[in-house]
Ligand binder design. Structure first.
Ligand SMILES: Cc1cc2nc3c(=O)[nH]c(=O)nc-3n(C[C@H](O)[C@H](O)[C@H](O)COP(=O)(O)OP(=O)(O)OC[C@H]3O[C@@H](n4cnc5c(N)ncnc54)[C@H](O)[C@@H]3O)c2cc1C
Length: 399
């Protein structure tokens, strides 16, 4: 959606195909990072974002060992946004869709699922789709961009290679009513071989309970009461309301994956976001990375698309630009899988990180020199190599 808005502002004809009829998926993640907030300002959408109901996270506490915690303080960030915002992703997508509809060259088709690629003379020239009315169709395009997430059908149809990295966790994803629970923003608890993330969505909480990879079937066999007890042990404030999840149908398994394509493009085709590099939820950075990819893609492709001549080199420039931030971010996620999530899931890291002999040297350094905490804050909230809106897409807030 971000790519489409920016390209449409360059006057490029762009069609977004979204397989669902609306954006109301509850498993997208809720974080809007400082660099995305800056981007929204540059696009003239910051004031509309601020007017949407959202919550602000100014610091996050991470268990690091020896019974102590590391505070990631976003107040140390440079720039106007010293926080991350929490907003259900459908609200952000609606905002961007609305901005896109103001451009005459923008088309959004909901309920249209891409089912395959059209090829001519070894080049991708568009997609096949199946729409909500039950009809099949074809859409031709100068460039097809796969933005269809970590189970990308377009990537699968492309025949391009994917490199998989192992991950130690999967996630149970479920909701609980707010009731009298006073938690706000983003909260996490560690213990009993699990990590629980609680996302405040106003009238209810979205919860993510992390389980060892591949253990879903075995844990479900223990029964829903065992699940209730697990959650209540980590978050006693939900002990009463956990009964609202009265069957496993209410608990969705999200299979986590971490992968990356060695090559994100081919003639007429580009993959970005999770389609090019599926992100683990660790650090909550995948949305930001996908948005940054989109902005870079729009910047490099707008002029060739307007000229009607997109070369392989234009598509390659997007990957060249975005490969390093992707590699760095995924490497940090892999490190955190090893240093934090594996010990937690093995039951070796208790609440507040107790159970590990001593915090790592890096963490000890951060605690000794608190200004260095700007590094993890920057990595999460801004990320490596943040992108800015190209001049043709910028608008003042009143336009
Ligand atoms: C449990 C979990 C929690 C996470 N939490 C966070 C978080 O809090 N913060 C964060 O930054 N990241 C989080 N992530 C990572 C984040 O969700 C992804 O990195 C990010 O959503 C990638 O964005 P994307 O646009 O590439 O793909 P997606 O957000 O997956 O979007 C893909 C879109 O394509 C559509 N689509 C799929 N197939 C087709 C098709 N065949 N035809 C047409 N449309 C199709 C989908 O409906 C969807 O709208 C989380 C990941 C997981 C697994």
């Amino acid at each position: 959606m971000m790519l489409a808005v920016v390209l449409a502002r360059a006057g490029v004809g762009v069609t977004v195909l979204e397989k669902h009829d609306d954006f109301l998926r509850d498993f997208r993640g809720d974080t809007v990072h400082a660099s995305t907030l800056t981007l929204l300002d540059e696009l003239g959408l910051g004031h509309r974002f601020s007017a949407m109901p959202h919550r602000v996270v100014e610091r996050v506490t991470v268990p690091v060992g020896s019974g102590t915690s590391l505070v990631v303080d976003f107040g140390l960030l440079p720039g106007p946004h010293k926080h991350i915002a929490m907003v259900p992703q459908w609200d952000l997508l609606d905002l961007l869709a609305d901005a896109g509809r103001r451009e005459p060259s923008f088309t959004l088709r909901m309920g249209v699922e891409v089912t395959g690629l059209l090829r001519e003379h070894g080049r991708v020239v568009g997609v096949r789709y199946h729409d909500a009315g039950g009809s099949d169709g074809e859409l031709r395009a100068a460039v097809t961009v796969a933005c269809d997430g970590r189970t990308s059908a377009v990537r699968a149809a492309s025949g391009l290679r994917v490199r998989e990295f192992g991950v130690p966790l999967d996630i149970w994803w479920f909701r609980l009513p707010r009731g009298q629970v006073g938690l706000q923003g983003l909260n996490g608890r560690v213990g009993n071989g699990a990590l629980l993330v609680m996302i405040d969505r106003g009238s209810y909480f979205q919860l993510g309970y992390q389980i060892p990879k591949g253990s879903d079937v075995q844990l479900r066999a223990e029964g829903i009461e065992a699940f209730h007890a697990r959650v209540a042990a980590l978050a006693p404030e939900f002990a009463e309301s956990i009964g609202a999840v009265d069957s496993w149908d209410d608990v969705r398994l999200l299979a986590v994956r971490l992968d990356r394509m060695p090559r994100w493009f081919g003639p007429g085709l580009l993959c970005i976001g999770d389609a090019a590099h599926a992100m683990s939820p660790v650090g909550g950075v995948g949305i930001n990375l996908a948005i940054q990819d989109a902005v870079a893609a729009a910047r490099y492709l707008a002029a060739p698309l307007r000229r009607g001549e997109v070369r392989l080199g234009d598509l390659a420039r997007v990957q060249v630009r975005r490969w390093t931030p992707t590699f760095v971010t995924q490497s940090v996620q892999q490190l955190l899988h090893r240093l934090v999530f594996q010990p937690v899931l093995a039951g070796g890291l208790g609440p507040d990180g107790s159970g590990r002999d001593r915090p790592s040297r890096f963490v000890r350094l951060l605690r000794r020199f608190p200004r260095l905490q700007a590094i993890p804050a920057y990595m999460v909230a801004i990320g490596a190599l943040p992108e800015h809106a190209p001049s043709f897409a910028r608008r003042s807030w009143s336009s």
